[in-house]
Every structure is written in C-alpha cells, then in structure tokens.
Ligand binder design. Structure first.
Ligand SMILES: Cc1ncc(COP(=O)(O)O)c(C=O)c1O
Length: 432
C-alpha cells in the first residue's frame, strides 16, 4: 500500500506546482505595441461618424471573429456581461417580459435580463450536458416569453436545433451565452452561428483573453445595428441611422479599447491550438478517471466539440462510500495549487443555482418594491422557490469540477492527477 493520504500526513502525489495558465506571447506584445504606437487607444465616438463603429483594431478584431466563426457580424464589447446586456436589449426585451434562462451558470447570464427590467424564468438543466433541458423549456413558455437565453455550460453546446425550432414556432429570440465554448461545434457547425446572437468572453480566466473583453456574433443586420447602438450611446445617432424601432436603442459605453482588441485578435489566432491541447488532456482524464467506480466523466452529445472550459465529473458518494466534499479535499491535498492562483484546480460543485441567491429569494433588484419581479407591469408570477429546478440542485450536489486540463499542462501533469484520484480511491476506507 502506498503512503497514507496527504490529508492524513502522508507524502502527496505531487509537490511541483501546476504551470500558470499564461499564454501571452510575442504576438500579443507586438499587437499591443501596434495599438500603442498609433497613439489612439480608443477611436470610438459616441456621435454620427465613421468612428461610431470604432478604430482599426476594433475592425480587425471583429473581422477576425467573423472569419473564425463564419457569422456575418461581430460586435466587440468590453466584456461578455456587456454583450449579454446588449443582446437582451437588442432582442427588445422590456418590462413585463419573461426570458427563459438556466440557473446553472455565472450570475451575469440572468442579471442581463433583469437589467432590461424583465423577469428571468428559470428552466432546469439536462442531467447529461448540464445545458437547458428543452422539455422544461417548452413547459415554461408563456404569452409573456420574449427570448431564450441558453448557456453552453462548461464548453458543451446546448441543443441548439431543438431550441431554435421551438423559438421559431413561438417567435422568440435566442441568445447563446458562449462565454465557455469558444471554438466549439454542434453537429459540425461552429458555435457563433447557431443562435440569433452569441456572446463570447475574453476575460483573463477564459480559453483566450485580452484582460477583459467580449464579442457578440449575429447574422441579422438589424440586430447588429441595435447592438452597435446599445454599445455606444445609441440615442445620439438614431436619427442618422433611421431606426425603425426606437425601443431599447439608447446606449451605454460598452466599448472595447484598441489595445484590448489588438491583443484579442492575436489571441484568437491561438484558439484552435489551445483548444486541441485542452481536449487532449481532457480526453485522457475522461478515460482514466472514468475507470474509477462512482466517477462519471462528462457526456459529449450532438456530435459536438466540447471546449472544456471546465471538466466535470459526476460523483456517486454511495458507490465510493465517501462524501464528495471529503473526497475532493483529499485529492486537493495530493496536488499543489497552480502557480497563478490561490485556489485549487478541483472543487466540489460549481455555483449556487442562481434563483437561490438573495436577489431572487427576496425579489429585490431595482429599489425595494420587488421591481421588476412584481408590480402592475408584470402579469406573471416569478417562481424562485428552492427545488424549482431539481436537476440543477441535484447536479450541483454531486458534481466535481476541475480545470487540470488547462494549457500548458501536459499529459505528464494529467498522470499525476490520475495518480491522486486513484490514491484517494484506494485509501477511501481511511476517509470514512
Ligand atoms: C457562462 C458565463 N457567462 C458570463 C460570464 C461573464 O463573462 P465576463 O467576465 O467576460 O463578463 C462568464 C464568465 O465567467 C461565464 O462563464
């Protein structure tokens, strides 16, 4: 029998730190210098002018995303959150409307709906892909439903054909939050071309980044114009653009800078290579950790390319005989922290289902009178009761989320992860 578990004072499987997730190289430095040397760190003007659409780096960045995904338009923004808000606004969502959304995601997905004074209606997740359950989605459509906000959770695309078909029948706009799935495919088609609007994130934690940034993809000319208006003080230019529908065309400042755009373009050129690297590591872990009874690797459906922002494993505490959190704590002790972070690459669960957060439990967003969740403007009844999305709650209680597969980690690093899991499993009796 190998040494006792590290959590019990034994020698850990590994002491060498995992490498930092840093893939900023000469290309990004050159790109940033190009922008700096131009002297124009942002060329946007919030009035009617060519520069209403941004400067040369913004245009280069947007073209690169169109070329990469095959979508007709790209509208750069300063974060995925900004992109989600702009997309909800462009979809003409407003007070009294409902938007279907999953509760198992980063909070911004649902907050974007509240930003436009509409009510998020939470739809449960599919127990295999952790994306929107399309049967529950159909059940939750009402005459007030205006849009559907889906998330490609952990990098697995949602079931977009079904979602788009149902949306067509009910005349709904579909927004795909693809913060976690750049480079992914669904039935051979690129994420970015599947929904009416798709949003990618370029924050530092993502597959590729430019510090903070985002981009909204769409094939629809009118949605593109509405997004551009919302990004950049649209109310000032609606007379020049001769908009047909004034609603929600007032804007914010959601503009990306020239330096960020230049870095983002250089990063996009690296996306496929970084993704292949992640997938190779993830496949190895799926194969090896999947041999442990009680640990089930993620399912990849719809002939998709999973982008593995997060690699999740379902954990059967009964079969292993150890509570999940104890198991995860023991694995963490066998493996050191990564160089660039103070929190581990493995966690029990993902996020609290969004409807359980105080904003929804107390229905307090704007002011103190429960707006927009209650009031004369809204004819529905927002249900955020614990248990309203039972699959989400069950999954969060059973899932283990990991990020070991991040480049530049290698298959050698993955072997240490497998050894750590196997060691804890072998010694599981000592954890009871
Ligand atoms: C699913 C999802 N949506 C939205 C966001 C917000 O992205 P950003 O930080 O670029 O605003 C994230 C970031 O983690 C995310 O994972």
């Amino acid at each position: 029998m190998s040494s006792p578990l590290a959590i019990h004072g034994g020698a850990p499987v590994r002491t060498k730190l995992f490498p930092a997730h840093n893939f900023i190289g000469e290309e990004e430095k050159e790109a940033a210098h190009r922008a700096l040397n131009s002297g124009n760190l942002s060329q946007f003007i919030g009035g009617w002018h060519d520069d209403f659409f941004g400067g040369p780096e913004i245009k280069r960045f947007e073209k690169a995303w169109c070329d990469y995904t095959g979508a007709k338009h790209a509208v750069s923004v300063n974060s995925n959150t900004s992109g989600l808000c702009a997309a909800v606004g462009a979809a003409d969502v407003g007070p009294g409307d409902e938007v279907l959304v999953v509760p198992y995601t980063m909070v911004a997905t649902a907050t974007a709906i509240v930003t436009y004074n509409a009510v998020p209606v939470f739809v449960d997740i599919d127990p295999e892909t952790f994306c929107m359950d399309t049967e529950d989605m159909k059940r939750k459509i009402t005459p007030r439903t205006k849009a559907i906000m889906v998330v490609d959770l952990f990098g697995h695309p949602a079931d977009m054909d079904t979602i788009m078909e149902v949306a067509k029948q009910h005349d709904l706009i579909v927004i795909e939050d693809s913060a976690q799935s750049p480079g992914g495919t669904y039935k051979g088609r690129k994420v970015g071309t599947l929904a009416h609007m798709t949003i990618f994130s370029l924050n530092y934690h993502k597959h590729i980044h430019c510090g903070e940034g985002g981009v909204v993809m769409t094939d629809d000319d009118e949605l593109c114009t509405r997004l551009q208006l919302i990004r950049n003080h649209g109310e000032a230019v609606v007379p020049d653009i001769k908009v047909k529908n004034l609603s929600n065309t007032f804007g914010w400042n959601l503009r990306l800078t020239e330096i960020s755009a230049a870095i983002g373009t250089a990063q996009l050129a690296k996306l496929d290579g970084l993704l292949d690297h992640r997938i190779e590591n993830a496949n190895f872990l799926n194969e090896e950790l999947g041999k442990i009874p009680g640990i089930t690797p993620p399912v990849v459906k719809y002939d998709s390319k999973h982008s593995y922002y997060v690699q999740s494993f379902m954990y059967d505490a009964e079969l292993v005989g150890v509570p999940r959190d104890t198991f995860v704590e023991a694995v963490s002790a066998e493996i050191p922290l990564p160089e660039d972070r103070e929190f581990p690459l493995i966690s029990p669960g993902y996020v609290t289902p969004i409807y359980l957060l105080p904003m929804y439990q107390q229905k307090i967003a704007y002011g103190k009178n429960h707006y927009p969740f209650e009031g004369d403007h809204y004819e529905g009844e927002a249900n955020y009761a614990p248990g309203c999305c039972p699959v989400t709650e069950k999954v969060n209680a059973q899932i283990i989320t990991t990020e070991f597969m991040r480049p530049p980690c290698t298959l050698e690093d993955m072997k240490d992860v497998v050894d750590a899991f196997n060691k804890v499993y072998t010694h599981r009796d000592t954890l009871r």
